[in-house]
Design a protein around this ligand. Structure first.
Ligand SMILES: CCCCCCC[C@H](O)CC(=O)SCCNC(=O)CCNC(=O)[C@H](O)C(C)(C)COP(=O)([O-])OP(=O)([O-])OC[C@H]1O[C@@H](n2cnc3c(N)ncnc32)[C@H](O)[C@@H]1OP(=O)([O-])[O-]
Length: 275
């Protein structure tokens, strides 16, 4: 069995070690590991590009802090109706940064707040679209699956290779694969570490559409623009209702949906578009 440290030596010359205390300093600085811009005809879609090309966008603490900060800012920016997260054509993200985890020990990891900001994507109220090219592995795949919609390039490779380095997915891989693709395929992905092609990912409900690599981001932005034309309030309700399907029983979910549907009749947004 490979140990994290062994894999690191074989595979990784990576970002310097950041500890959790140092991270607070990053939030006041301009981001270095992501690029954020407003795109689309009306500049109402935010495009976040993961930008650590030499490490295949491995998700180190600094990058995840910058991503969480950017998402928080964009979620409260009224000019933004949807957010697209992408990487490069070679890699969306090759996983959590293995070097940073090399010296982690059980007690400090368990009792501390190790990578606690990883859930930031799933806390965003606005729609988040992942535009995936190349490798989306480990935490990279989990990051994509935290998004609401995944568009993939023809050569995208998804997977949970954690098993190869003696650990398991830690940011939702076992749960989200099982819910989207069912037990059998989820087991195959998590127990073998095998890569999953874009086509297979689409067949198993992880990806909604596949495009040539150079069109994925553009198509994701177009989708973002289409969503951004809708009422932000109603979009938020629709997103929340769909997400409840993962949390509630069918009866509870149907009840939740009905109540939100009733609530839309109290909004100006419905009157403008309906009458
Ligand atoms: C709240 C809870 C939060 C929990 C969060 C985490 C949970 C998560 O589930 C755990 C993980 O993701 S575990 C991780 C799961 N992921 C994996 O196990 C995937 C590990 N990576 C690979 O298997 C291979 O790199 C690929 C097959 C992706 C590409 O192969 P290729 O085309 O032959 O390219 P190459 O030459 O190999 O790499 C190019 C450069 O990128 C570098 N780098 C790459 N990945 C890195 C990483 N994760 N890290 C750092 N660096 C990484 C690599 O070192 C090299 O840099 P160098 O300076 O030149 O040495």
């Amino acid at each position: 069995m490979l140990r994290l440290s062994t894999v690191f030596v074989r595979n990784v010359k990576l970002c310097s070690n950041f500890n959790q205390v140092q991270l607070a300093a990053f939030s006041s600085k301009a981001p270095e590991m992501i690029k954020v811009e407003k795109v689309g005809e009306k500049q109402n879609v935010a495009l976040i590009k993961l930008n650590r090309p030499k490490a295949l966008n491995a998700l180190c603490a600094q990058l995840m802090t910058e991503l969480a900060d950017a998402l928080h800012t964009l979620d409260t920016d009224k000019s933004v109706g949807a957010i697209v997260i992408t990487g490069s054509e070679r890699a969306f993200a090759a996983g959590a940064d293995i070097k940073e985890m090399t010296n982690n020990e059980f007690a400090s990891t368990f009792s501390g707040s190790f990578l606690s900001n990883w859930t930031a994507v799933s806390d965003v109220k606005k729609p988040v679209i992942a535009a995936v090219n190349g490798f989306a592995l480990g935490g990279g795949n989990e990051l994509a699956m935290m998004c609401d919609i995944i568009y993939a390039g023809e050569k995208a490779r998804f997977g949970q290779p954690e098993i190869n380095i003696g650990t398991i997915p830690g940011a939702g891989g076992t749960q989200r694969w099982a819910r989207a693709a069912g037990k059998s395929f989820a087991m195959e992905v998590c127990l073998t570490g095998n890569h999953v092609s874009a086509q297979e990912a689409k067949e198993h409900g992880i990806v909604s559409k596949i495009f040539p690599a150079d069109q994925v981001v553009g198509e994701a932005v177009k989708l973002g623009e289409k969503i951004a034309e809708q009422s932000p309030l109603i979009v938020q309700m629709a997103k929340e209702a769909v997400n409840k399907a993962y949390e509630l029983t069918l009866q509870e979910g149907l009840h939740f949906e009905r109540r939100l549907f009733h609530t839309t009749f109290a909004t100006k947004d419905r009157k403008v578009n309906f009458c």
